[in-house]
Design a protein around this ligand. Structure first.
Ligand code: NDP
Ligand code: GUE
Length: 287
């Protein structure tokens, strides 16, 4: 038996279409949604991601400004840029691209993004508000994980989910969103003693590690749902996940592909967040 493929492509398309309709409405009301992407890296995969955000934004009718500070930009310049964009009423969403230059921490710099415009949930304030149940944008990738599971009507209440990875960008917020859906969540990381022993007992497995092929059949319970967040570059210029799809496909009940799974949904949600931020700014502006 081969696992069902939980594609993210059609879902991303649906989200982008809805977002384009909302963006057109806002533009007609004099609030053209605008996203600023701050880049301070020469990283190739990051450059690819920025181009894909810019392309998707343009298609959805969202103005996208790429503010490239170059890889030599210091923490102070980055912080000042984020503050300036946060203060600009014409800008509704601000994201800072990772990886960052020499030792700078996203969590630290992203504090300069106003939380109302923090469409990738990078400001620690956003994460705190999210955990406290206050309105905030979740990191788009973490939200993409639950959005895909919801789309395929995969029940989470009472299910045991293992999240492998505990980064602030993916693992921790994904664990929180799953907990919010009444799943029982176990978070694994590089110090987890026997990863396969933990993950092979869960109904759902979310892999957000950044190691190609780390998750093999022995990590997966027969029939389990596997969400592969990993985007690892291959030698031939392609992309591969954290899951060894060849061996896992025969054991899992369903599996998200890489490419074509979590990635496209992430980009679509980032745009949806930008339009929602613009809508809220419009509500505030009108009274
Ligand atoms: N599709 C998308 O939209 C996105 C994809 N990604 C991809 O997701 C992956 C993870 O990204 P990110 O969270 O930023 O990565 P980080 O490097 O920040 O975090 C990786 C996590 O994996 C854990 N880990 C490392 N090795 C192992 C191991 N052998 N066993 C178990 N856990 C391990 C680390 O543990 P410890 O904490 O102990 O170090 C850490 O918590 C990457 O491939 C990235 O490219 C990221 C963002 C968006
Ligand atoms: N704060 C922060 N937030 C992020 O969201 C974030 C980040 N940092 N750092 C870098 C990673 C990388 N990332 C990707 C998003 C979409 C695709 C994507 O859509 N990829 C296509 C395929 C691309 C191809 O084939 O080359 C797909 O999966 O189908 C990939 C990678 C977001 N990231």
């Amino acid at each position: 038996m081969s696992a069902a493929v939980l594609s993210g492509k059609e879902l991303a398309e649906t989200i982008r279409t809805e977002t384009a309709t909302e963006a057109a409405g806002l533009a007609a009301a004099g609030i053209p949604p605008r996203l600023a992407v701050v880049v301070a890296t020469a990283d190739e995969s990051s450059a690819w991601y920025v181009r894909s955000i810019a392309r998707a934004a343009e298609k959805a009718g969202i103005v996208c400004d790429v503010v490239d500070l170059g890889p030599a930009a210091g923490a102070r310049t980055i912080r000042e840029t984020l503050t300036r964009l946060s203060d600009d009423p014409a800008v509704h969403g601000v994201i800072l691209q990772t990886p960052l230059p020499g030792g700078a921490a996203l969590e630290d710099l992203a504090s300069a993004i106003a939380f109302e415009k923090d469409v990738d949930g990078a400001n620690p304030l956003s994460l705190g508000r999210l955990v406290a149940g206050l309105p905030a944008f979740a990191p788009a990738t973490a939200e993409a994980v639950v959005t895909i599971l919801d789309h395929y009507a995969i029940e989470l209440t009472g299910r045991h989910v293992a999240v492998v990875g505990r980064s602030t960008v993916v693992g921790k917020p994904a664990a929180h969103l799953l907990l919010d859906r009444n799943a029982t969540v176990t978070v694994c990381h590089s110090r987890t003693a026997d990863l396969a022993a933990v993950t092979s007992g869960t109904d759902v497995l979310v892999a957000a590690v950044g190691r190609a092929g780390l998750i093999t059949a022995e990590h997966v319970r027969p029939g389990a749902i596997v969400v592969d967040v990993g985007t690892n570059p291959t030698d031939d210029g392609g992309l591969t996940g954290d899951v060894d799809a060849g061996s896992v496909a025969d054991r899992a009940g369903a599996l998200t592909p890489v490419p074509g799974g979590v990635g496209p949904v992430t980009t679509a949600l980032l745009l949806r967040h930008t339009v929602h931020a613009a809508a809220r700014a419009g509500e505030k502006g009108s009274g």
